[in-house]
Design a binder for this molecule. Structure first.
Ligand code: NIG
Ligand code: FE
Length: 400
């Protein structure tokens, strides 16, 4: 779409540019307008001084926020595990064992079937305000199936993550060292051209700390950034391994010791955040009926926190960032403002991106217009479809 676009009559504009207007890190302006040119924010100011534009969207006093940055999602899969969810809700624990069920279904699916699922979930997420999404492999677990999962993921996002070390597949069950060798060798070689990141599920029953370190180091050696699944099902060494390797993010962080939090806090940077972000995934605790992580402990220690969906067919089959944000406020001791920041600028930090998650001149015009006067309503009105319109690179997306 060409030509300029003006979004005006914005009652409350969250910029995430600290020091702009009110609201501390949220940088809130009132009675604002945003001019979009060539897919980017060209100007932000008061509605009454807004320049003329080719087209106009009247926000009618509503709130406008940066698009959500969902920095953790597993969208390339086939089948679902609704029966496993029902069993959990009748008292069965979550162990991650169901991952192999999805691996079987994913291997049996055609490229077009996998692509259709990713497209469906990407559209679902966009309708709920997500303008950037990270997509992992991890349900193929053969050289060919991991490479095709990532190839399909690249059709939908630049933020692709190689998760060949999700679990040891059944055919390698009695020789995990051989599987790790394969992940670091031919699988990484086939996956790396399609991946920006490497990830490992570092957990009892998945990969131990030595295997995780070896795999992540191989990925780093070929230029992939590090992120990992850590401390989800119990305490463990994953978070501290992430800090040791300079990970952009350690994800889940459900079971943290004081030493884990100190390790994360030790990655403090000059901008007041931490180089390693703690990405919290409350959809997983919801769907596995597990205790939620305590975001307050992390925030009070100065650790940068991101919120993401973990969208996957096993532990968190939601693509909804508003749902995760509401859970974080209700269950994880985050304020509504902290949760909004974590779901936007926090996700950007977890992906080491400074171009997204904030609205300022030069940034991609990724934003959402709410059917509400304030960002507070995202947590205050849970389960309500509050996203009126989404712009991605300045282009209006389909309405819900
Ligand atoms: O992040 N924890 C590991 N991986 C996913 C769950 C995958 C599954 O159960 O299929 C997660 O929760
Ligand atoms: Fe995950």
């Amino acid at each position: 779409m060409t030509g300029s676009l003006l979004v005006d009559n914005i009652g409350e504009l969250v910029t995430n540019v600290a020091g702009e207007g009110e609201g501390g890190p949220l940088g809130i302006r009132h009675h604002a307008a945003v001019l979009v040119e060539a897919g980017r924010v060209a100007w932000i100011g008061p509605t009454r001084y807004a320049p003329a534009a080719d087209r106009r969207i009247d926000a009618e006093g509503a709130a406008v926020l940066p698009g959500f940055v969902d920095s953790h999602a597993h969208l390339v899969f086939a089948g679902d595990r609704a029966a496993e969810f029902a069993a959990r809700m009748s008292g069965q624990p979550y162990t991650g064992g169901g991952i192999r069920t999805t691996v079987g279904a994913t291997r049996a699916a055609s490229d077009d079937e996998l692509r259709a699922t990713v497209r469906r979930l990407r559209v679902e997420a966009m309708r709920q305000g997500t303008t950037t999404i990270e997509i992992k492999s991890g349900y193929g677990l053969t050289v060919a199936d991991e490479a095709r999962s990532l190839r399909i993921a690249t059709e939908f996002t630049e933020e692709t993550t190689f998760l060949g070390a999700h679990v040891v597949p059944a055919e390698y069950a009695d020789r995990p060292d051989d599987y790790v060798g394969m992940v670091c060798g031919p699988m990484l070689a086939a996956a790396a051209p399609y991946a920006r990141w490497i990830d490992v599920f570092c957990e009892r029953g998945a990969f131990d700390v030595d295997h995780a370190r070896a795999i992540l180091a191989c990925g780093q050696a070929v230029g992939l950034g590090v992120r990992l699944h850590a401390n989800q099902l119990g305490p463990g060494p994953g978070v501290q391994l992430g800090v040791e390797l300079g990970a952009a993010s350690v994800d889940h962080c459900t079971h943290l010791t004081d030493a884990d939090i100190e390790a994360l806090a030790s990655t403090a940077t000059e901008d007041g955040g931490t180089a390693t972000v703690a990405t919290l995934l409350p959809g997983a605790e919801f769907s596995t009926r597990s205790p939620y992580p305590d975001a307050r402990r992390l925030l009070d220690a100065g650790v940068t926190v991101a919120l993401a969906t973990d969208c996957n067919p096993g532990s968190s089959y939601t693509s909804s960032m508003p749902f995760c944000l509401a859970l974080a406020v209700r269950e994880m001791r985050m304020t509504p403002a902290e949760a909004v920041w974590a779901a936007t600028a926090g996700g950007a930090a977890a992906l080491r991106r400074d171009d997204i998650g904030r609205l300022r001149p030069g940034a991609p015009a990724d934003l959402m217009i709410l059917d509400a006067p304030s960002h507070l309503h995202l947590a205050y009105r849970p389960g309500v479809p509050l996203i009126r319109q989404v712009l991605h690179n300045g282009v209006p997306q389909c309405r819900p």
